[in-house]
Structures are given as structure tokens and as C-alpha cells.
Design a protein around this ligand. Structure first.
Ligand SMILES: C[S@@+](CC[C@H](N)C(=O)[O-])C[C@H]1O[C@@H](n2cnc3c(N)ncnc32)[C@H](O)[C@@H]1O
Length: 348
């Protein structure tokens, strides 16, 4: 067959195939960066105070006359703003989730994505070739140690965690049988998004947040803003070296994926030793589906761990259950939480 004939057969086989999906995915960063810049510039914060004429909004935000119309209208076309007679307003979703003045704000994760991850993902190919992380720690630093030395960046990161995990936190508070337990500890609690959500939903529980010591003021400020300081306390320490507070439920969200498999097993063994008989461990992440072909967010999160950590990776529910069983947990199950997130529960 000549090259021309081969081409004809190939085209025929492709039938009605369209390059649309490929182009959309390949250039998806256009839309992503447009949203991230809108958060950075305070578009949604400005519009939370009421709808605004485009030119006036552009002047308030300091935008160039060449850029603002395409920028705002692209946000309209992307479903992030609404426009009527030249005035712009937030959509119900962006008003609820991207107004920094509302407790439902989830923009922390987008602020972090814009300030850090967007540039680091630019060297994904290097990471894929070398297996080495591509963030600030690339030249010998330690991600969490460096983060905890920089109060402004730490605050941004801990707050970003609250936004990223908000849906999973609400689902854990609602779906787990908390009535059987009295005290819980959230290990790697960041500013305390999960302890606050659980405590607000279950009056009978007291809780602890465990994290590196420099997270303490951020945790205490956040807990105090909900008036929960009598029921939620902070314990500072290193979870590889220090004892965890005694409690009958231990939660760990987006912790195991930061570490290599030996470190994951080490943490599970420590939690097992800390819990009483009948106590429960709840691990939650953007768990990859067991067949590793459905949860694209979980798989991309694992690539994000390649960018961010020396040995971390995300994993399936089956992987986690087998590590839990090896650690001694007698009963384990996986339950979907919200969006890409699921929990793996182990009962001692
Ligand atoms: C990816 S965040 C997860 C935050 C939160 N659990 C969630 O799901 O949103 C990991 C957390 O673990 C904490 N952490 C990292 N290394 C730690 C260590 N060795 N000991 C205690 N906490 C640690 C970090 O400070 C950070 O708050």
C-alpha cells in the first residue's frame, strides 16, 4: 500500500472523529490561567459588592484598556461571570465560593495554584524523566520544613487546604457513624477545616488537631472564629517522631499521599498503636479507582505529588485497604465522599 493509500484508510477508519477534545485539553491552561488571574486580581471580590460597569471595574483593578474586555467576556463565556448591558456580576457559584469575605470561600487553593503550582507544572516533563520533584525544594530544600519557616506562605497553604477539602469534610461529618465515639484527632490538620466541620455537626464530640508546631496560631485563629476553642485543641509535633493524642477516631486527609510507601506504612502502624480496640481510622484522599482509569483528578493529584514531594504518590482504595490490613486493622471499607474524594475506614 502506498503512503497515500495508507493515509486514506486511516482517515476512513477515523470516521467522524473530531480533534475537538484534543485541542480543548491541550489548551485547557488558557481557561485555567484566566480564572487564576481573576482570583489574583480580585475580580470576584470586587463584584461581590455589586454589579459593575466593565470600564469602571477595569480601572479599579488596574487593567490595561487593551485587555479588560476580552478578559471579562472570556470569564462570561467560561461560566465564571454574567454580563448584562455592559455590566458584569458574579454567577451564584462564584459569588458563594470565590468571595473571600464569605466562609464558603474556596479560592485559597486557586491562590496557591496561581502563586506556585502553575509555574512548577511547567517542568512536568523534567519530573517525568527524572522522578524528581519540581517545586521550591528542587535545589535541596524540604517542602514542609521550608513552608513552615515562611509564615505568609504557610498561612496561604493551610487556608488553601480548607478550600480544597471542604466537600470531603462535610461528607465525613455526615456519613461516618460519629454517634459511637467521643474524641477524635485530625492528624495533619492544617488550619482545622475538618475538626471544625465535625465539631459543628456533632455536639457530643471533642477533638484535637495535630500538625507541625508552627500551624498552631493558624489553627487557633480559625477555631476561635467558630467559637469552638473549648472543644478543639491543637497538639504540635512531628507525626513521624512524636506521639499522637489519645482518641477513639483518627482522621488523616491528604497525608499519606505526601509520602513513599514505607513512610505510609509507618504512619498507619503508628495510628494503629495509638487507637483503642474498636477505634477507627479514616483516611481520605482523591482516591484513584481500583482499575486506575476513571478518577482523572486522583491520577493528576498523584502527578502533583511528583512535582511537590520526593516520594509521594496517590493510590487506590484497594492499595490502602491492604496496607491497613497489614498494619492490623480487622475491618476496612471504602466509601465515596464528594466529587473525586473517597474515604478508607479501618476499624481496630
Ligand atoms: C496536604 S496537607 C493536608 C491538610 C488537611 N488534612 C486536608 O486534608 O485538607 C498536609 C498537612 O500535614 C502537615 N504535616 C506535614 N508533615 C508533617 C509532620 N511531619 N508532622 C505533622 N504534620 C505534618 C502539613 O503541615 C499540612 O498541614
Amino acid at each position: 500500500m502506498t503512503e497515500l493509500q495508507e493515509h486514506a484508510v486511516h482517515t476512513e477508519r477515523a470516521g467522524h472523529a473530531s480533534p475537538e477534545r484534543i485541542i480543548q485539553l491541550g489548551l485547557a491552561f488558557w481557561g485555567s490561567k484566566t480564572l487564576l488571574s481573576a482570583v489574583e486580581l480580585g475580580v470576584f471580590a470586587q463584584l461581590s459588592q455589586g454589579q459593575r460597569d466593565g470600564e469602571e471595574l477595569a480601572a479599579t483593578l488596574g487593567l490595561h484598556p487593551r485587555s479588560w474586555r476580552d478578559f471579562f467576556d472570556a470569564l462570561v463565556a467560561l461560566g465564571m461571570l454574567e454580563r448584562e448591558n455592559g455590566t458584569y456580576r458574579n454567577t451564584p457559584e462564584t459569588d458563594l465560593f470565590l468571595d473571600p469575605a464569605k466562609p464558603s470561600y474556596i479560592g485559597g487553593i486557586l491562590e496557591m495554584a496561581n502563586a506556585r503550582l502553575y509555574a512548577f507544572w511547567g517542568s512536568l516533563t523534567d519530573g517525568l524523566r527524572t522522578g524528581e520533584l519540581q517545586n521550591e525544594a528542587r535545589h535541596g530544600g524540604d517542602f514542609f520544613a521550608d513552608l513552615h519557616k515562611d509564615p505568609e506562605r504557610l498561612k496561604q497553604f493551610l487556608h488553601a487546604m480548607t478550600g480544597l477539602s471542604a466537600g470531603a469534610h462535610a461528607a465525613i461529618a455526615a456519613k461516618f457513624d460519629w454517634g459511637r465515639y467521643r474524641a477524635f484527632t485530625d492528624v495533619g490538620c492544617a488550619e482545622g477545616g475538618l475538626p471544625v466541620t465535625i465539631a459543628l455537626a456533632h455536639d457530643h464530640l471533642t477533638g484535637a488537631g495535630f500538625d507541625l508546631p508552627s500551624a498552631q496560631p493558624h489553627f487557633e485563629d480559625y477555631v476561635r472564629s467558630f467559637g469552638l476553642e473549648d472543644r478543639l485543641t491543637f497538639h504540635g509535633g512531628n507525626f513521624f517522631e512524636d506521639e499522637l493524642p489519645a482518641s477513639d477516631v483518627i482522621t488523616m486527609g491528604h497525608i499519606l499521599h505526601d509520602w513513599n510507601v514505607d513512610q505510609k506504612r509507618q504512619l498507619l502502624a503508628k495510628v494503629y498503636d495509638t487507637l483503642p480496640d474498636g477505634g477507627a481510622l479514616i483516611v481520605f484522599e482523591a482516591l484513584i479507582d481500583d482499575d486506575r482509569r476513571e478518577n482523572a483528578f486522583g491520577l493528576l493529584m498523584s502527578l502533583n505529588m511528583l512535582i511537590e514531594t520526593p516520594g509521594g504518590f496517590d493510590y487506590t482504595g484497594a492499595d490502602c485497604q491492604s496496607w491497613m490490613r497489614d498494619a492490623g486493622f480487622r475491618e476496612t471499607y471504602v466509601q465515596h465522599l464528594a466529587g473525586p474524594d473517597s474515604m478508607v475506614v479501618g476499624i481496630k
